[in-house]
Design a protein around this ligand. Structure first.
Ligand SMILES: *Cc1c(COP(=O)(O)O)cnc(C)c1O
Length: 376
């Protein structure tokens, strides 16, 4: 760190500021239009029964919308339940892993599913393949493995991986797509279970999980259930599947969250679907990576361009510039949540560019960062 006293009272000129200053990795920017649409339905949707048509029709529209967005093949189902992606890990441990799983562990989130599987007494210890932060390992087919746990986008480090079935693998492929879904391209034939939550690319709030499930995954759930394993009802995927088919959840969901997520999915579809969303994220992330590469004080944290995430961009700063001060100065100016993942411990900015974020706002962000650094 330089001896020079830093100026923490920087006022960024208003013409440089983004129109919307939310760049968080989750909860992330919620579009104002969605909130206004919710307000318009506050009298007849909010505060009504989730077992009646008013709410069920929105859940149904959302399930069909996700199916359309991901262009799901025949037989794939959209399943939902309460608890967010973290609950889905435990759900998968109870209802999807038959005997033994393999996990790619390359950051805070991917490590957690592996830990859940390891802690479960009724299955074997998982096979865990690790790699250094900023990279991802590859899955390796193994005849003892009945579920491969991949992560589309490791939100803690900004590393993304292409989703492919491991060559020669017989087990199910389950993908944590919490931050990757809708921002990164995926071929549904390459997964059996692709799960996520509403507070990232779907521009809503947390607390629910969604899983796109192949017929093989649904069949596995039935087989484990029939085997007599004890499964807590709230973590029982067979109960979630039964309820989802009726456009319901096992217990009461957050109606506002469902409404906002459906509004976002319909917005994505109206603008061109997955092609629109993935291109938008590619454009926004390219703005940040090319700026960092050209900058004298910033560099992309992820070295391998193939692994660089198009939804969560991590940028290391030169040691002479304190990233904490940059992020907090941006925050004082209304540009929020560019802090790095707390446990990664790097001198870094982390910027989420989910589909709701305007590419023009990402250009403005870059100008704001330069302005702050020049004036520190
Ligand atoms: C945010 C995130 C989670 C956790 O989601 P919750 O809904 O808070 O449980 C899990 N995995 C990844 C990759 C994430 O980005």
């Amino acid at each position: 760190m330089s001896e020079k006293k830093v100026n923490t009272d920087i006022l960024i000129p208003s013409e440089l500021l983004p129109k919307d200053g939310r760049f968080g990795s989750g909860p992330s920017k919620v579009r104002r239009e969605a909130v206004e649409a919710l307000l318009a339905r506050s009298g007849d949707f909010l505060g009504t029964s989730h077992r009646q048509k008013t709410v069920k029709s929105v859940v149904g529209e959302l399930r069909r919308g996700l199916s359309d967005l991901f262009i799901l093949p025949d037989g794939y189902e959209v399943v939902l339940g309460n608890g967010g992606s973290t609950y889905f890990w435990d759900t998968a441990v109870f209802s999807l892993i038959e005997r033994k799983s393999q996990h790619l562990s390359f950051g805070e989130f991917s490590a957690k599913f592996a830990a859940s599987a390891k802690a479960a007494p009724f299955i074997e210890d998982p096979m865990i393949i690790k790699s250094e932060p900023g990279t991802h390992p590859e899955a390796v087919a193994d005849s003892s493995i009945d579920l491969y746990g991949l992560t589309h986008n490791e939100t803690s480090t900004g590393v993304a991986m292409t989703i492919n079935r491991p060559i020669g693998a017989k087990g199910l492929v389950a993908v944590d797509a919490t931050s990757g879904a809708a921002g990164l391209a995926v071929d549904p034939l390459e997964f059996d279970c692709y799960y996520f939550a509403p507070q990232k690319a779907f521009a809503s709030d947390g607390g629910l999980w969604f899983a796109l499930m192949s017929p093989a995954a649904v069949e596995r759930v039935g087989e484990i259930k029939a085997s007599g394993r004890y499964i807590p009802p709230a973590l029982d995927l067979s109960i979630a599947i039964d309820n989802s088919r009726l456009d319901q959840t096992y217990n009461t969901p957050a109606l506002a969250t469902i409404f906002l997520m459906n509004n976002q999915v319909q917005w994505m579809l109206a603008n061109g679907g997955i092609d629109f969303t993935t291109k938008r994220c590619a454009t926004s992330s390219a703005t940040l990576y090319s700026w960092a590469e050209a900058s004298s004080y910033a560099t992309p944290f992820v070295q391998d361009e193939e692994m660089r995430s198009k939804v969560v961009v991590t940028i290391d700063l030169d040691d002479a510039i304190d990233a904490t001060v940059v992020a907090s100065t941006l925050r004082k100016n209304g540009v929020v949540d560019t802090e790095p993942y707390r446990k990664l411990g790097r001198n870094q900015l982390r910027v989420a560019v989910f589909p709701a974020v305007e590419p023009a706002d990402v250009e403005a962000l870059v100008a704001c960062i330069d302005y702050v650094v020049e004036n520190l």
